[in-house]
Design a binder for this molecule. Sequence first.
Ligand code: XIL
Length: 375
Amino acid sequence: MRQRSRALSSLVVGLFALAPWLDACRERREPVAAGAASPGVSSAPAAEGDTLRQAAARTQRKIGVALATWFFKEAAYPELAAREFDSLTPENEMKWYQVEPEPGTFDFAPGDKLVAFAQAHSMRVRGHTLVWHNQLAAWVKRLEGDALKSAMLAHVTATAAHYKGQIAQWDVVNEAVDDDGELRKNSPFTSLGKGYIAEAFRAAHAADPGALLFYNDYMIEDLEWPKSQGAYRLVKELKESGVPIHGMGFQMHADPRRWPSYEVLKRTLEHFAALGLYIELTELDVPVGEIPGTLEQKLAAQKDLTRDMVGACVSVERCTGITLWGLTDRHSWLAAPEWAKLRGNGPHLALAFDDAYRPKPMRAGVIEGLSLSRK
Ligand code: XIL
């Protein structure tokens, strides 16, 4: 049965080969009409057997996954990704170290591969990321002053121009704010003064005027935190001074020991959305290592936390999508020992599918969150 429906869907894809492309174009300025249904109306409950993308479509949201080209050799990886998700973020393939490893020498091939995959499967692409202090090419770290600024603007322009028309949303600047709410001390870009952020957005907009441009950061879920306040001040000022910024990305690599509640997250998302910004949960994962209890209890808690985070997004009209940061527990960055430590003791089993690509309770949590009625 599943095979037959797969055969049917490839036929449909074949017949309408242009559809993904048209969809991708249509979604660029208005990623999803999140506000189209009247507030106060409950979203349709998910039907049993829904894929994640079907459940997301019912509530006019996008459900995304971060993918890495090096896992495509496992046949189940692209197959499950295309079946369940309708948005794709390259996990590393569009980062500076990959795209421009030497000054003026560009390698877009891995990113192009993911874009082609997304287009073939009617998935939106979130570009990630143009300006970030991590995974930067080594040569950039040796620059300062005008040379650094010119390199940054050239990188933003060339990358956004290469992907012009193909990226629905760019994370233009990633993680520019420190825990104290000020500009990040360990970023080379901070030496340029905060004007570098506005300049990066302007350059991205000039190179691809159709893409929605996002500022993206982590640990900003609670407005009580100085970092959340600092990020708010930053994007408010950008917006008020006419900089082309359209959205705020909440990474949602939340620490299990400091999870925001549904109410807290909803309030924070509403506060940022009131600036006239779209909101996306861009890198959601839920590490269970530090959640007390048996494995079964941890997975049940993971499901509930996921439902609440996804539900908080769905409760905010301008929150247009949720992306999980990886496909299965085995492919999660938190499966790697160097990153696992960030979230305390593992194993973190942070995603919606297990090592063998089987759905976990967390997947049901995503569906339940997508099905929560709107405010
Ligand atoms: C991570 C990737 O998942 C890893 O494969 C890589 O080794 C390090 O970066 N915040 C971000 C993402 O914005 O780009 C990071 O991705 C995770 C934290």
